[in-house]
Write a protein that binds this ligand. Structure first.
Ligand code: NAP
Length: 450
């Protein structure tokens, strides 16, 4: 019969064609279904900065055309979205439809299974945006609901639900985080002057916007040259509002969508697309990303700012230098030795390691060497480009050292995702196309550098 697909029809058609669902595996959704699921997605977005390593999930319970309960998952170890929604609905949940952005869990983790809670509450129908990629769930939640006689449909707004949890899906399905490289550059694609100066190519609004991408990431990854050149702290600060919305359940008001999918001409001032956050710096509720430095020879100075301030620091190295490792550990840093056989840090290995540490999204803030290495190895998933209206000329550094390509087959294919204005700069997001990576010399990481 093939993969079930979703079709959009009027509510009248839903009554006319229910046999499609049972006989052909076709899910039929009414316009109101998509409205409720959109609301559940907006709730899920409220967990953008706080749920990892768990996914961002929202839930709305609807009975007689009205919301009777809603909620979103806020932090790992705390109740799931469905639990908040059921608590709010109480007895009104009986006979309701649940709109959930991710398949309800079926296993006992840190919290009891949500599928059981929905069954016990007497749900009549459950609409799921996307199946949970977690092997511990992976369809078992839906199967459990169906076994209890509940009508379950899935696939409504699946693309949006996947995008919201792009890192969680990457970690669960391929065992590595989603790797997003942030690159601030001039219109001629230059990221630093020949002498290494790069502060600041882009304006205040762009740099403030970067803070939001840091805040949603589990880790910020950089190369040792950037640490030596910029001595950046790489934590989340100076945001003018960067604390996740306060704890609480379903009664929290919905926030604007994170990815409103604007046209390519969309305009944004200061990264206004993310959920509203309360003002603050290091205050309660702010989750600092893990700061990760690739430093094969342990050149990092003990006074480097990345070793201090808010957040933990992880240094990957290729060198078994017990003395320097001990000194870094005394400062609170974690050091992991992962050589690649060529005297550098093993990139695929550190990504697997970061996934094992629970990292879903990793933001790369490095120079052209590391960005080039990640692209050549086929490890970069997305480029977040901040483009300033200026030219830095030939002597300035490129955005990624790819070496000389001798055939257009070797080029890195990109797919436009989003473009908007941030202050005086442009922000362009592109996904890296990975069609047939094993055939590409770039993806194989063959020596293209001169
Ligand atoms: N415009 C922007 O958005 C932006 C952002 C960040 C930095 N920058 C600028 O970029 C410049 C620094 O960039 P950069 O290109 O020289 O260095 P980088 O990309 O920051 O770091 C590269 C270094 O990482 C280390 N590394 C460890 N394992 C590696 C591996 N497997 N593959 C590649 N590198 C590995 C290498 O040093 P070892 O072999 O010694 O470990 C390598 O030289 C600075 O001027 C900084 O201001 C600009």
């Amino acid at each position: 019969m093939g993969k079930p697909r979703s079709v959009w029809v009027s509510s009248v058609s839903i009554r006319v064609y229910p046999w499609l669902i049972t006989n052909f595996g076709i899910n039929v959704f009414a316009p109101s279904d998509s409205q409720w699921m959109a609301q559940a997605l907006r709730l899920a977005e409220r967990g953008l900065y706080s749920t990892s390593p768990n996914p961002r999930v929202g839930c709305v319970l609807v009975r007689d055309g009205k919301s009777v309960g809603s909620g979103w998952h806020q932090r790992a170890g705390e109740p799931h979205a469905e639990v908040y929604a059921l608590r709010e609905a109480g007895g009104a949940a009986r006979g309701a439809t649940a709109y959930v952005t991710l398949e309800p869990c079926s296993h006992h983790g840190r919290t009891p299974p949500c599928a059981e809670a929905l069954i016990e509450a007497g749900m009549a129908r459950v609409v799921v945006a996307v199946q949970d990629p977690n092997p511990e769930v992976a369809g078992a939640g839906i199967a459990r609901l169906r076994a209890a006689g509940i009508a379950v449909e899935s696939g409504l707004m699946e693309a949006e639900a996947r995008e919201l949890n792009v890192g969680f899906f990457a970690r669960m399905t391929r065992g590595t985080p989603w790797l997003r490289s942030k690159i601030a550059m001039s219109l001629d694609g230059r990221t630093a002057l020949g002498n290494g100066k790069s502060q600041w190519i882009t304006g205040d609004a762009a740099r403030q916007d970067v803070q939001r991408w840091r805040a949603r990431s589990c880790a910020v990854l950089t190369g040792i040259n950037t640490v030596l050149a910029d001595d950046a702290q790489l934590n989340v600060r100076e945001i003018g509002g960067m604390i996740p919305a306060p704890r609480g359940g379903a009664s929290n008001p919905p926030s604007p969508p994170t990815h409103p999918s604007p046209p390519l001409s969309g305009r944004e001032e200061g990264g206004a697309s993310a959920p509203p956050l309360t003002r603050g710096g290091q205050e309660e509720g702010l989750r600092q990303p893990l700061r990760v430095v690739l430093d094969s020879q342990l050149r990092i100075p003990l006074e480097a700012r990345v070793l201090y301030g808010g957040g933990r620091t992880l240094v990957y190295t290729a060198l078994h230098d017990e003395r320097k490792i001990g000194l870094l550990q005394d400062l609170g840093a974690t050091v992991a030795v992962m050589p690649d056989g060529n005297g550098q840090v093993d990139l695929p290995a550190i990504l697997r390691d970061l996934a094992q540490r629970g990292c879903n999204e990793v933001l790369v803030e490095a120079g052209s060497i590391l960005n080039g290495a990640l692209l050549r190895a086929g490890l970069a998933d997305e480029l977040l480009l901040y483009i300033a209206p200026q030219l830095l000329g030939d002597a300035a550094r490129s955005m990624a050292q790819l070496g000389e390509l001798t055939s257009l087959e070797q080029r890195v294919g990109l797919k436009w995702q989003d473009m908007r204005q941030v202050g005086k700069d442009l922000r362009i997001s592109v996904k890296v196309e990975k069609a047939n990576p094993p055939q590409s010399p770039l993806a194989r990481g063959e020596a293209l550098l001169p």
